[in-house]
Design a protein around this ligand. Structure first.
Ligand SMILES: *[C@@H]1O[C@H](CO)[C@@H](O)[C@H](O)[C@H]1NC(C)=O
Ligand SMILES: *[C@@H]1O[C@H](CO)[C@@H](O)[C@H](O)[C@H]1NC(C)=O
Ligand SMILES: *[C@@H]1O[C@H](CO)[C@@H](O)[C@H](O)[C@H]1NC(C)=O
Ligand SMILES: *[C@@H]1O[C@H](CO)[C@@H](O)[C@H](O)[C@H]1NC(C)=O
Ligand SMILES: *[C@@H]1O[C@H](CO)[C@@H](O)[C@H](O)[C@H]1NC(C)=O
Ligand SMILES: *[C@@H]1O[C@H](CO)[C@@H](O)[C@H](O)[C@H]1NC(C)=O
Ligand SMILES: *[C@@H]1O[C@H](CO)[C@@H](O)[C@H](O)[C@H]1NC(C)=O
Ligand SMILES: *[C@@H]1O[C@H](CO)[C@@H](O)[C@H](O)[C@H]1NC(C)=O
Ligand SMILES: *[C@@H]1O[C@H](CO)[C@@H](O)[C@H](O)[C@H]1NC(C)=O
Ligand SMILES: *[C@@H]1O[C@H](CO)[C@@H](O)[C@H](O)[C@H]1NC(C)=O
Ligand SMILES: [Zn+2]
Length: 882
């Protein structure tokens, strides 16, 4: 367990010092971000010392030295791509070149300069002293073709220290690939046109700014960027600043030169560039904010919803953070090819089309909510992450946890009643990964994040979901209102509290014996093994049947501690962790479980909504971890015939889905589905009619309610034959909105025909059929289908080295691919196959998704044991309920 980067210390100190806050929540944020606040220099310049301080050898890892501090970049990029070349790609030009002048401050006297460059040819390097413009002699420069990506510039002499300024000038050339990283090309077709069009897009997080121009590509090395893009007429360039285009002639050709206003002081990973012929809508009340998208999407009004809610969400944040969005301009753009859902580039946020565009006619409620959710997340980043940034990737969770946690309030402000869903979407998913020994602490030590794979692996559920869960808990732990204000009033235990949750892996299960009040905590692990020695600092909230007013108590030792508070009489029940604000599970003596069960059946409204879901989730997971008889978990689902709320239902379905996955290849499957059908009938009567019909209407955009489309298409394909499959495949290719395309792409995975599934799997690695960005989710859809599961696994296993090579370099999540294709694994042979893959991967020394692989192995081992022990009892229970 990493010690050292102790967030909690910063919290305690910072909050102790600042008693009155003028900038609200940002203060808390700022103190949590340990080293830096925007507008201050990212790194404290080292004090001149007597030490020789003239290193010329490269840094020993992938980190740059900290004594050369970039302050300003002037970057020119000239890209040769045409927007459209009718039917003839031989004339297309996948090429760009440029130059960059970076002003840097030298604090020591090195004989060499190191910065980053990747996949670029550097054609010239000059170094000048800024005040005199005197040119220094450059002995040579070379690129380190290993993971460090260093551009090493050997000087004839040495730089001066003491804050002397230098201008480093480089010229470079690069190629445009369709690889979704750095600056890349993307091909798309407007629905009403036959010709392909081409645009340029960028995704630079975490370490791909160096693929666009040589730079000091670390988040702490913030600077001002003055960008100029020279591009073909008929296209429009966008970047972080405000664009000012004008036409010119270069070598007899027409070009457009677009200069951008200087950016605020910012990290390289937040830069963005797009060159396209997209059109835009202005955000009402925000004249310098636009939503950009393909021309036909704009014309069809698909950007209208985003324009509607942007102002509302932004204003909501400005109010609660008590700080205006700092920059005037903010564009959001929907990109045909984008490897992640969205990226918060400062002033130019990028989205997948399905993340920003919404079609009132065909989109479902969920599609619309997804747009609101992503916008709320990315807008929150304009403060959390952009204005204040982690100094190294090990603290990525600070960025993402704040944005994720805040986004629930942002979406609420946009009119969606789903703040409580944070429990389903973040907390329960975080519980899941974090119940594995191969999970990781939220905050890692800086030294443990030193390779590209180690950085990429951080973009996981721990960072996003556990991070958000822990912040939600912190907010409940602090006095009301203090979280947003960042003010510490009375709470001296904050540091002790936070460090136990941030620095150590996992989370506890609190066991309460209500007859005696004996209370213990232990690490909750899916597979029984010795957990932690260090106890968590747990605040336990609770109610009792005779006293529904919430009280609280704390547990800071492992126990057992006798808590008179938790003792109850024969006819009472106790419920702990009200609204699941604490990141822990609760187990009780069997008697209390049964009393809670009876309460649910008598009158479930007495139990708070969130806890109805959490009781179910806790019980099922306690059963998986052999801490509770599985029949109690199953019995908790019986009362659902009476409950129509989403949170308890979704909690139950998620857990029953695990049963289905474990048993859908066995004779237990029949009774399970019968029971499920019985429970669900009332709720889904309406829905059932469509599903049973299993038909796709001739005009699939008509007649059907959008919310049901996904399920209907899927069951139609499941019941259908090859012709139906081909029909939907054609519809998929013709569909005009990304959300609709996604539903059809999912439906195609529902067929029972093995050869169709195999062919579909082959399509996933052919970017002309399935876009690169959709590869992982398509294979995972196929693996969800019981007929597709073994095919998907064999496919992934067989092509693993190709997949890691072609897709592993970007941020495409191979971890979630592994997670998806092994969901059902519960057999010895499957475990052996996983271990074989792990051995091969070790041999090839490709670390990609190494942690994910460990996690799915551990999960499979737990599943094997669980199925062995529980199959009979589960079967018996379901049979008894029929
Ligand atoms: C495409 O353009 C090239 C160069 O102008 C030309 O030689 C070639 O014939 C064209 N191909 C087609 C299919 O039009
Ligand atoms: C950088 O490139 C731009 C555009 O080609 C050019 O105008 C400018 O002179 C170059 N800068 C230097 C210092 O050569
Ligand atoms: C990269 O290669 C250089 C030699 O060119 C070596 O000094 C450095 O340690 C290597 N860095 C990494 C991270 O492998
Ligand atoms: C840097 O400053 C120190 C103290 O002011 C001085 O002794 C030293 O000579 C300076 N070094 C350079 C390279 O200017
Ligand atoms: C970079 O240099 C290599 C080797 O000289 C050459 O093959 C490649 O085409 C160059 N790339 C660009 C974009 O100029
Ligand atoms: C659990 O994780 C720790 C730390 O990573 C490791 O040392 C230990 O061997 C693991 N235990 C098992 C049973 O895998
Ligand atoms: C629990 O959450 C509900 C919303 O689901 C809220 O109305 C209630 O006030 C919360 N209870 C406590 C004790 O915070
Ligand atoms: C679990 O409960 C069932 C039914 O209540 C019982 O038959 C079974 O023996 C119990 N299992 C264990 C391990 O206690
Ligand atoms: C459903 O509600 C009715 C009326 O309150 C109750 O009698 C019944 O026991 C409940 N059923 C279940 C399974 O909880
Ligand atoms: C389902 O099929 C029945 C009988 O063919 C028909 O009356 C009904 O309208 C269909 N429902 C839907 C939603 O298509
Ligand atoms: Zn984010």
């Amino acid at each position: 367990m990493a010690k050292g980067t102790c967030i909690s210390k910063a919290v305690a100190v910072g909050i102790g010092v600042i008693t009155v806050s003028s900038v609200g929540g940002l203060v808390l944020m700022a103190v949590m971000f340990q080293h830096q606040i925007s507008q201050t220099r990212p790194l404290e310049p080292p004090k001149p010392t007597d030490a020789p301080g003239t290193p010329t050898d490269p840094p020993s890892n992938i980190r740059l030295f900290d004594f050369l501090i970039p302050e300003n970049y002037k970057v020119f990029l000239q890209t040769y791509l045409y927007g459209a070349i009718p039917n003839n790609y031989t004339e297309q030009s996948f090429f760009f070149k440029g130059n960059s002048t970076v002003r840097l401050k030298s604090m020591k006297e090195p004989g060499a300069i190191y910065l980053h460059v990747h996949n670029l040819n550097v054609t010239n390097v000059e170094v000048r002293k800024s005040d005199s413009n005197e040119k220094l002699s450059v002995k040579g420069y070379k690129i380190h073709y290993n993971e460090s990506n260093f551009l090493e510039i050997q000087l004839g002499g040495k730089l001066s220290g003491n804050g002397t300024y230098y201008d480093l000038f480089t010229t470079f050339e690069g190629e445009l690939f369709e690889d979704l990283s750095g600056l890349y090309a993307s091909r798309y077709t407007e629905p009403s046109e036959d010709e392909d069009e081409e645009d340029e897009e960028s995704l630079l997080q975490p370490t791909d700014a160096r693929k666009v121009f040589p730079c000091f590509d670390e988040p702490a090395l913030k600077a001002v960027f003055e960008i100029t893009i020279i591009h073909r007429p008929g296209t429009k360039a966008l970047s972080n600043g405000i664009a000012d285009p004008h036409g010119t002639q270069i070598d007899g050709e027409d070009w457009v030169v677009t200069t951008f206003s200087p950016t605020p002081i910012m990290s390289t990973y937040l830069l963005a560039f797009t060159i396209s012929d997209f059109e835009s809508r202005i955000v009402p009340s925000r004249p310098n904010m636009h939503i950009y998208a393909r021309k036909e999407a704009i014309k069809a009004g698909h950007a209208d919803y985003a324009t509607e809610i942007t102002h509302t969400i932004l204003t909501h944040y400005e109010d609660i953070f008590e700080l205006k969005y700092r920059e005037d301009n903010l564009d959001q753009i929907a990109l045909p090819d984008f490897g992640v859902g969205a990226m918060e580039n400062w002033g130019l946020i990028s989205y997948q089309e399905s993340g920003l565009l919404y079609d009132e006619d065909t989109g479902s409620t969920f599609d619309k909510e997804w747009v609101a959710t992503l916008i709320a997340h990315e807008l929150a980043h304009q403060w959390f992450g952009n204005l204040v940034t982690m100094s190294w990737w090990n603290d990525l969770w600070l960025n993402e946890a704040f944005a994720t946690y805040m986004s629930y309030t942002g979406v609420e402000a946009a009119g969606w009643d789903l703040e409580d869903l944070i429990v389903l979407r973040e907390i329960q998913s975080a519980f899941h990964v974090d119940s594995l020994n191969s999970s990781r602490p939220l905050s890692l030590h800086e030294n443990d994040v030193q390779t590209f794979s180690e950085i990429i692996e951080l973009f996981d559920d721990i960072t996003y979901s556990k991070g958000a869960a822990v912040l939600r808990m912190l907010s409940a732990f602090m006095p009301k209102g203090a979280f947003m204000k960042g003010i510490r009033e009375t709470n001296q235990n904050l540091e002790a509290f936070m460090s136990t949750w941030v620095e150590q892996v996992g989370y506890p299960v609190i066991t309460i014996i209500t007859q005696t009040g004996d209370t213990t905590q232990e690490q909750f692990l899916l597979k029984q093994e010795a957990g932690h020695d260090i106890p968590w600092y747990v605040q336990i909230t609770f109610i009792k049947s005779n006293d529904l007013v919430m009280k609280h108590d704390t547990l800071t030792r492992k126990g057992p501690v006798q808590k008179p508070n938790f003792q109850i009489s024969k006819d009472q029940w106790l419920l702990a962790n009200i609204n699941c604000t604490g990141f822990y599970r609760v187990n009780y003596d069997e008697e209390n479980w049964n009393k809670l069960l009876m309460q649910l059946e008598r009158n479930y409204n007495v139990i708070p909504l969130i806890n109805r879901g959490q009781l179910i989730d806790d019980a099922f997971n306690l059963a998986r971890a052999h801490r509770l008889n599985v029949t109690i978990a199953l019995s908790l689902t019986k009362y659902l015939v009476n409950d129509t709320e989403y949170i308890p239902w979704e909690s139950a379905l998620k857990n029953l889905e695990h049963f289905v996955l474990m048993f859908d290849r066995s004779e237990v499957y029949g009774p399970i589905t019968k029971y499920l059908r019985k429970q669900v009938t009332g709720l889904y009567e309406y829905f059932e009619e469509y599903t049973n019909n299993g038909t796709i209407p001739d005009k699939h955009t008509d007649q059907i309610h959008p919310n049901l489309r996904r399920a209907i298409y899927c069951s139609a394909i499941a019941a259908g034959d090859e012709d139906d499959w081909e029909f939907v495949w054609n519809e998929y290719q013709r569909a005009t909105t990304a959300a609709e395309k996604d539903k059809l792409r999912y439906a195609l995975s529902c067929t029972k025909e093995i050869w169709l599934l195999n062919r579909y799997l082959e399509y996933t690695l052919d970017p002309s059929k399935i876009r690169k960005m959709d590869m992982v989710s398509t294979i995972n859809y196929i693996a969800k289908n019981v007929a597709g599961q073994p095919l998907a696994w064999d496919f992934v296993r067989g092509k693993w080295s190709y997949i890691t090579q072609e897709y592993g370099a970007g941020i495409v999540s191979l971890g979630s691919l592994l997670d998806g294709v092994t969901q059902r694994f519960s057999r010895d042979v499957e475990l052996q196959e996983l271990k074989q893959l792990q051995r091969e991967q070790d041999k090839d020394d490709q670390g990609v998704a190494a942690r994910a692989l460990e996690q799915v192995i551990e999960r499979t081992e737990a599943n094997i044991q669980w199925v062995k022990e529980n199959k009979d009892i589960v079967k018996e229970w379901f049979n008894g309920e029929l």
